[in-house]
Design a protein around this ligand. Structure first.
Ligand SMILES: Cc1ncc(C[n+]2csc(CCOP(=O)(O)OP(=O)(O)O)c2C)c(N)n1
Ligand code: SF4
Length: 296
């Protein structure tokens, strides 16, 4: 697809702000940039008002770098901390009422397919655990059951961070928070199993301290959502403020939580495996030769 629409209109380049010029000249549009090149190109998201050390911000930054075609990607968000960062990115961001993100994304994704046909326009929802598993739960589940083709990413900090520490469905049992002083009485919701039951074609759980893994999951999720079906990524993105994690221990906490109860998991449906192998050359999903199958 032509990238003319991200270039300067003739005669206007010298009047554009430096940030804009940097993005056009040194940004990732139309290039294959990866997380291992961070620091050597102008990122789509660089400045934001999130708390210092917030793991959610790092995850969002990695996710945006991982978008396969960032210049053709639209993010959808909702109330919560994440939107404060996502809305600063140099790609379109749609923001509605709290919890309506998957309904908005369903309509957007369908409309873009009618308008642009086969040219990929990727829709990616990024919302907190409260927005996804509590307030937006019904719309999330229905978008999956209806096989809406876009990616849903839950920024799971296990609390309502933006409003000062209420428990969410994703808070772990027993956790004591500022506005849950007696400790949560119920188990953390199993959204991964629900995604599976509802027919998501790709599901992964990740933490942000393995950038290459985050990149790999996001890429697969976005590519699969183009044609196969809904995809879901659940990312542990701790809230260092509400969980009182010292900023220099945020990554250590992510590693500990990953080892303990947030292990990397990945589900890829058979249809999605075949699609990734045939369309995008993912060798690990190519059918095994008959001889290897017999030996195994
Ligand atoms: C309809 C509606 N109800 C309540 C709110 C207030 N509100 C804003 S953010 C938020 C909680 C966000 O928690 P979560 O979705 O987990 O995201 P986080 O801030 O933790 O990233 C709430 C209750 C709102 N904006 N709109
Ligand atoms: S309140 Fe928590 S989740 Fe929100 S920006 Fe601050 S550290 Fe991040």
């Amino acid at each position: 697809m032509s990238l003319d629409y991200v270039k300067f209109s003739p005669g206007f380049d010298s009047f554009m702000p430096k940030e804009y010029r940097d993005m056009v000249e040194h940004g990732p549009f139309g290039k294959k940039t990866t997380v291992s090149q961070m620091g050597s190109f102008k990122e789509i998201l660089e400045e934001h008002p999130m708390c210092a050390g917030c793991a959610m911000t790092l995850f969002i930054r990695l996710a945006i770098i991982a978008f396969p075609n960032p210049e053709d990607t639209i993010t959808v968000g909702t109330a919560g901390c994440g939107r404060l960062a996502i809305s600063q990115a140099a790609i379109p961001f749609v923001y509605g009422n709290y919890g309506d993100q998957n309904g908005v994304a369903s309509g957007l994704s369908r409309g873009l397919r009618i308008r642009f046909g086969d040219q990929p326009k990727d829709v990616v929802v990024m919302a907190g655990d409260g927005g996804t598993a509590d307030i937006g739960f019904q719309q999330v589940l229905h978008s999956w059951f209806r096989q809406e083709r876009f990616t849903t990413i839950m920024l799971d900090n296990e609390v309502y961070g933006n409003t000062g520490g209420q428990e969410s469905g994703m808070t772990t049992r027993g956790a004591v928070l500022k506005m849950a002083p007696l400790g949560k009485k119920f188990e953390k919701m199993d959204m991964v199993s629900m995604a599976k039951i509802a027919g998501c074609a790709y599901i992964a759980t990740v933490v942000p301290n393995n950038p290459r893994r985050v990149e790999s999951c996001i890429k697969k999720a976005v590519l699969i959502a183009r044609e196969v079906g809904p995809t879901y990524i659940q990312a542990y993105t701790s809230c260092n403020i509400e969980y009182a994690i010292p900023t220099d221990k945020v990554m250590e906490d992510a590693k500990t939580v990953e080892d303990d109860r947030y292990k990397f998991t990945e589900y890829v449906s058979d249809e999605a495996k075949a699609y990734l192998a045939e369309r995008y050359g993912y060798k690990e999903f190519l059918p095994k030769p008959a001889a290897a199958l017999t030996k195994a």
